[in-house]
Design a protein around this ligand. Structure first.
Ligand code: AMP
Length: 318
């Protein structure tokens, strides 16, 4: 594990810096990437700073990617934010630079990079980037940087709902407010869903299977998505929906992919679920993880494992 000082010194040394993050980016991936890019550009106007990966249609208001050529990697510093493991980096060329830094808040299952800073107690990678900037001699927080980082923190804490929210998280958000950031308009933007997404939420409540333990399963198949007129990415907006139900403690949402396999989204309000995700080609945080299921049999198996985890947790709680 390296220090902020070492990362800051490395940033100083490189003329060209490429910042990447994970595939299917969420606001924290884009916010930590974009916020760090703006911080470096503002502190060092002569450096060339590029942000890369696929654009996210739904989050284009937050950040838009740049075209990165193969030759851009030559002699560059590559920084990857919010990405626990190498296969999830949204650019296969991430190892082609001169030096690689990982900055993340997921459990450090894959310690890649020439330097790394991982704090799995931090609410978000955006919160870590804010601390990195605050500790730097050259970089300074600004309203523009705060825009990205606030969106990342709000995204990963569910607007300060989840237990990873600490007093430091709120102090960091407070600093952003002091910089004059219009947090309310970002909150509004992130709270917004389309009518189709609202219809999907109501479908989620129709099809949800709730076990007496408090474990729940939702399957969003292609038929449901096409009936409502949503694609897989848009369907992800319903992942947190079951958490509002009093009857539900932990849940898994299966979203069917084009090839008929399923992307699994695990969420929990106590029982640890990333160990189940790891058994099914996935991983993530103890209370928020992702995985893959090849068919409905595997979904049934996963639901059984979730029920067992919730029951075990309840026994320990007693
Ligand atoms: P998601 O359900 O896709 O929003 O993912 C929830 C969390 O689990 C995020 O923090 C992801 O970074 C992490 N995650 C999702 N899929 C995987 C995977 N295949 N491997 C490792 N971590 C994952």
């Amino acid at each position: 594990m390296n220090t902020f000082q070492e990362i800051d010194n490395t940033i100083k040394k490189y003329q060209k810096i490429i910042i990447l993050r994970h595939q299917n980016p969420d606001p924290d991936a884009l916010g930590s990437q974009g916020g760090l890019a703006v911080a470096i550009r503002q502190a060092y106007p002569d450096k060339e700073v590029l942000i890369g990966g696929q654009n996210s249609k739904g989050l284009i208001w937050l950040s838009e990617m740049q075209d990165i050529k193969g030759s851009d990697f030559e002699g560059s510093l590559v920084i990857v934010t919010d990405t626990a493991n190498q296969p999830r980096v949204d650019d296969d060329r991430f190892n082609n630079g001169d030096f690689l830094i990982k900055i993340d808040h997921h459990p450090n299952d894959d310690s890649y990079g020439d330097m790394l800073y991982v704090d799995d107690g931090a609410s978000s990678s955006s919160e870590i980037i804010s601390d990195l900037i605050e500790s730097s001699d050259e970089m300074k927080l600004s309203k523009e940087i705060a825009y990205y980082l606030y969106a990342g923190i709000v995204g990963d804490t569910g607007r300060f709902l989840y237990p990873a929210t600490t007093s430091h998280t709120l102090q960091t958000a407070g600093k952003f407010l002091d910089l004059g950031l219009d947090t309310s308009s970002i909150n509004q933007k992130m709270n917004e869903i389309t009518l189709a997404q609202a219809k999907l939420q109501s479908e989620v409540f129709n099809v949800i299977k709730i076990d007496p333990s408090g474990a729940a399963l939702v399957i969003i198949d292609k038929e449901m998505m096409s009936k409502i007129g949503l694609n897989q990415e848009q369907a992800n907006s319903a992942v947190s929906t079951p958490g509002r139900l009093k009857e539900v403690t932990s849940w898994v949402e299966a979203v069917e992919k084009d090839d008929g396999t399923f992307r699994m989204h695990f969420r929990s309000q106590g029982p640890v679920i990333n160990e189940i995700a790891k058994l099914h080609d996935g991983g993530g945080h103890p209370l928020a993880s992702g995985a893959n299921a090849k068919d409905r049999n595997e979904i049934d198996q996963i639901f059984k494992e979730l029920i067992a985890a919730v029951n075990e947790y309840k026994l320990k709680e007693k």
